[in-house]
Design a binder for this molecule. Sequence first.
Ligand code: F6P
Length: 355
Amino acid sequence: MKVGILTSGGDCPGLNSVIRAIGKHLINNSPETEIYGITDGYAGLIDGEFRRMSAEDFSGILNVGGTILGTSRRPFKQMTLPENGTTRLEKMVENYKKFGFDCIFTLGGAGTHKTAALLFAEGCRIIGLPKTIDNDIFGTDTTFGFHSALDIATECIDRIHTTAASHGRTMFVEIMGNKVGWLTLYAGIAGGADIILIPEIPFNLEKVAEALKRRIEGGKPFNIVAVAEGAVLDSEVNFKKKERAFARRTLNEATVTNHLAQWVSDNVGVETRVVVPGHIQRGGNPSAYDRLLSTRLGSFAAQLCLDGKFGVTAAIVNGQITYNALTEVAGKTKFVPADSQVIRAARDIGISFGD
Ligand code: F6P
């Protein structure tokens, strides 16, 4: 049997731990299986760039961040667009067949899963694995990479706390997540933020000002505001994605955070600063939680392959590793439910969501 492994989309801690678990599981349980690493995600499948992997490749990478296979973003929408008489999808299917793959493991996020579903529909045997620091993949409680990023984002907020307190400033920490607010919500709570702004709960500038003033009047001269990259003003809610992007570009900003900080400085009269940890949240070693989750998911996915179960993606639900059909989850987003227990607990301890 010939299997391929690819890592696609934004990297995150835990990719190598999954690669290792798939490799070791197959070597231990099906030694005759040939394993190939596909370079740079779907780009490698499009261009036919594969390399044979052996036991040594799977050693010493459990705790190493990033991906030893390389990754790239290949937008889903471009997969089916004709280019010089063929599409990227057709090239991938052709390479899959020509090389004689029996299965490809696709480690990736929402976009990766959509392309994986397309490949499966075209007759390629695919098994997905849920990667992303955004935690937005439908049908799994957690994605690998999320907890590592959460630890990093929380540490960032902790560090901002001490400097904010020393200077009596209002600090805005922009956390990754352009569609969903899981990382901002969890890191905001874990880091003791006073206000948390996430895409799922559009915020109102006056409400943010009220929350800040309440705290200041209560004797706290500093504030921490955790802002998701994708946080939206209530006045922007009815904007289409493109209109919002245009409005932001006009202000020369990709996110709302700088605008918000300036507004607060002008209207609340406090000194503000913006901190953007950015890709630091995706870098470095996986946490212990992610090493364990990645190992469980990778080993499970390898067994799915040996059992001949394809067109699925591994998941964790209520602590149990399981799988979902790609057709059931691809193209769906797992948003933070506005009435979730976590949000209720945050509100009950006085955290404002700016609404
Ligand atoms: O999907 C993961 C993510 O880190 C998002 O949170 C963020 O908006 C995006 O990727 C950044 O992408 P890039 O690495 O391409 O700048």
